[in-house]
Structure formats: C-alpha cells, structure tokens
Write a protein that binds this ligand. Structure first.
Ligand code: ADQ
Length: 455
C-alpha cells in the first residue's frame, strides 16, 4: 500500500502531544499516520503576491505542506467562487449565489497553484484524496500535469439536483471536473443520485457497480461521514462533570435545556429555529420560565456580506424574543457568538434535554451525531432533526422535522420535552447502533478501500 496524499483547503497541523479538533481532522490524521504521507493545504497566511513552494513540516511519517496564498487570489477563490457561488448553490440557495467570471478564474488559478505545489511532492505508488468544494478542479488539473495515481474526491456539502446546479453557468465544466476522479464520494444516496442525474445520459453502470463515464470506470458512492462514537460516549460523563457543565446546569436551576450548536451560516436554519422556539413559548405558555434555549453559533466567513446579514437578523430576533418573554429570573434564549472547546461541548450536549438541529440543507451535520453519542443512555435527551440534513438518512429514530414548517418544529420541541424515558431510551439505542456501525474510522476505511480498488 502506497502513501496517502490528502489535499484540503485548510490544513490543521497538530502540535506534538495535543489532540486534533473535530472529526475530519481526526479521520485524516489517523489515515495519514497509518499510511504515512502528505497533507497539503492553505497555511492560513495571506501575502501581497503569490507565494512560492509550500513550507514543509515533518511529523514522523507525515509531512504537512503549507501553501501561502496571495490575498487577491484568496478573495476570488475562497470568499468569491467557493463561498459566494458554489456554497449557496450546493445548499439550494440560488438567490444568494453571486457568480462572476473573475471569481471563477481566481478559483481555478488557486486550484492550479495547489496542483503545481503537489506535483514535486508525489512519489510512485501514492494515492491522492482531495476534499470539498474549494478543490473540485484539482483532480483534472493533476491529470493534465501527467499524474496517473488514483485520485479520490469527497464532497462535504450536499450535491444539488440538476435544475439547481444549472444555475451555475459553468456547471458543465464542474461535471467534467468531477468525472476526472477515480472515486467520487458524497454523504448520502440523495446526493449521489443528484450527481448521476446531472451527468444525464453520459454514463452507464457496469456489472461491478462502477460508473463508466468519458471512457473511464469510476466509483461514485455515498460515504456518510461520522464521528468518533466510542470516544465521545466514553468522554461525555467526565465532560458532564466539568466546571463549565456545572456552571451551565446551576444557571438553569432545574429548567430544561434545548441546545443548538452551529457555525453561524445561513444554511443552518437559525432564524426559523429561533421562530420555532418563540412559537413554543406562545402556544404552550406553561413552558415559559421552565425551558431555556441555548444557541452556540460562532461567526464564520465574516467577509461575505450574506453572513454579516444573517448575523444582524439573528441578533434582532434574539433581542425580540427575549424582550417579549424574559422575566427577572429567566432569559429564554441564550445566544452565544463564540466557539466552545470540544470537551466542554460534550458536557453541554449531555446537559441538554433536546438537541435542536434544523438546517435548511446540510451535507451531513456532525453536531446531530455528536449530540446523540454524548447522551446518558439511561436518561437520554431527544434529537430534533431536519429532514434536509444528510444525517436524517441514518438517524431516522430522531424526531424528524421539515424546518420550513415552524409550527411543526415547535410541536416537535413540545413532544421532545414531554417524551417518556422509555421512548427516549429506545430512540437513543437505535441511533447509537447506527453510529457504532458507521463511525469515523469506518467512513475513512471505506473511502480508502474504494481508492485502493482504483489503484
Ligand atoms: P459544518 O458545516 O461545519 O461542516 P458540522 O457537520 O455540524 O457542520 O460540523 C461542525 C463541527 O464543528 C462539529 O464537529 C462541531 O462539534 C463543531 N462545531 C460547530 N459549532 C461549534 C461551536 N460553536 N463550538 C465548537 N465547535 C463547534 C461541513 C458540512 C457538514 C458536514 C461536515 C463534515 O457543512 O454538512 O457534516 O462538513 O463533512
């Protein structure tokens, strides 16, 4: 088995003796440690002019290759085409997409820079694993440069249906880019079907389940990403006992807690989620003073105007809900614009009677899975989950809601808050079976096996 080469927009080098933050970093590092290899990505540093070769940092059998980017290119590539065009379209928010040729040119230029940076680092026998919508053209750019190694691509976002994809003026190019990979991985069967539908009649399925397209045979499959299920379940009791979790529960003085944890992103459905909580307090007045909703949402992509707007909208909504319902000793909605350390988060999940996860669209949503894994199996909380999160395909024992139906989400909250412990245990056990069978290690091994098969 050859080395593994991982390419992602951002690279997260882990200092000796510390643990990686987040499931993806955990999965990627575990894979890289097993096989040895290289992780190439943007260093986080921006320059006035394009930087040269990536800086290399060795850690055992693993090399971090950190690429500096020019500020002007980064604006077009990351804030521009990736986050202001592809992200909204892939999340079915076509009104929010701001396509420009200049931004797309910048996106392709940076992808070419990644390809050029990778070329001298490659050795015979390597396998390449490219991550996410920022780097879709990379596979074809590597092929153009003569790379014959197996190249896999995993998309962390949803893939939109053909009519939505068509709003991207250059969708044909994107579809050709994707066809240049040996393995294309998506979160759900829905996303896989959408990609195959977008390729239209240009493909056929071979007897071994591969897809023949453009004279090549490739694997196109759903690989639902997951979490470190056992580690989270094992760490959660201690996290529940941390000072931060005690502080939180002390402040609740026996009230039920509903928790939401998301990056501040318009795809996460936060305005309607706040409205659903307001509806709960309106329709069930006896909930007033007896339940608190804590939404943790650190701002991201603050340079993109639509993100500034959603932030203002939420501040205004939170203010209006608290203004209407708060009492001298009760603040109904706690809205925190900050990130929380992972361990602390586990303690918060376990302290919450309800996990409220209502994106309008989400590739998978790992918060939903983490919330379930962190529960006390004897007295678990209830997950209220959007049908438009990829996680809903696996976690069908959650209370599944349509996030566009605010009344229905409020009803699900009321149902969750009154659910008998037997039903909570049954639903939790059923979801834990799924999360144990498909944890992050399983996800990584399945993808790498597919890539190996392509070698
Ligand atoms: P995200 O959109 O970032 O990921 P998600 O899947 O929920 O969404 O992953 C977020 C991760 O960051 C989780 O591990 C969570 O614990 C952590 N996190 C979120 N908010 C936090 C906060 N306030 N403080 C601390 N940690 C926080 C993208 C896609 C998803 C897909 C993942 C992985 O949009 O659909 O599930 O990639 O493929």
């Amino acid at each position: 088995m050859g080395r593994l080469i991982v390419v992602s927009n951002r690279i997260a080098p882990v200092e000796e003796g510390t643990a990686p933050q987040g499931g993806l970093a955990v999965a990627v590092l575990a894979a890289l440690k097993e096989a040895g290899g290289v992780w190439l990505g943007w260093s986080g540093k921006l320059l006035d002019a394009p930087g040269g070769a990536p800086k290399l940092k060795r850690a055992g059998s693993l090399t971090y290759a950190m690429l500096d980017l020019a500020q002007a290119d980064f604006d077009l590539y990351y804030n521009g085409h990736a986050n202001s065009t592809l992200w909204p379209i892939f999340h079915y928010r076509i009104q929010l997409a701001h396509y420009s040729r200049a931004a797309e040119d910048g996106y392709r230029r940076v992808n070419a820079q990644f390809a050029d940076a990778l070329l001298p680092l490659l050795r015979p026998g390597d396998r390449i694993w490219v991550h996410d919508y920022q780097l879709i053209p990379l596979g074809r750019l590597l092929r153009d440069r003569g790379v014959t190694a197996p190249i896999g691509f995993f998309l962390h976002t949803p893939f939109p249906t053909p009519e939505v994809l068509r709003t991207l003026p250059t969708h044909e190019v994107l579809l050709q880019d994707l066809a240049a990979y040996d393995v294309v991985g998506l979160h759900t069967t829905r996303d896989r079907d959408a990609l195959l539908a977008a390729w239209h009649r240009g493909w056929r399925e071979t007897p071994d389940g591969r897809i023949e397209i453009g004279g090549r045979r490739i694997v196109v499959e759903s690989f639902p990403i997951s979490i470190e299920t056992e580690e989270i379940a094992a760490d959660a009791p201690a996290a529940w006992n941390m000072r931060s979790a005690h502080r939180l529960r002390d402040s609740l003085v026996g009230r039920d807690l509903i928790i939401g944890v998301d990056r501040l992103d318009y795809s996460k459905g936060l305005p309607r989620r706040f409205e659903a909580f307001r509806t709960l307090l309106e329709r069930w007045p006896d909930r007033r003073g007896r339940v608190s909703f804590m939404q943790i949402a650190p701002p991201t992509r603050g340079e993109v105007a639509d993100y500034q707007e959603i932030r203002h909208q939420l501040e205004s909504l939170a203010g209006s809900i608290n203004g209407e319902f708060a009492d001298i000793d009760w603040v109904p909605l706690r809205y925190l614009n900050k990130s929380v350390p992972r361990k602390t988060l586990l303690g918060f999940y376990r302290s919450a009677r309800v996990g409220l996860v209502t994106p309008m669209r989400d590739g998978m949503n790992l918060v939903a899975k983490e919330y379930v894994a962190a529960q006390d199996p004897e007295d678990p909380g209830v997950l209220v989950l959007s049908e438009f999160a990829g996680a809903a395909e696996e976690l069908d024992a959650a209370l599944i809601v349509n996030p566009f139906d605010v009344e229905r989400v409020a009803e699900a909250l009321e149902r969750a808050l009154t659910m008998p412990v037997e039903e909570r245990r049954d639903r939790h056990a059923s979801m834990m079976r799924v999360l144990r069978a498909n944890d992050i290690g399983h996800w990584r091994r399945r993808f790498l096996a597919a890539l190996e098969g392509a070698a």
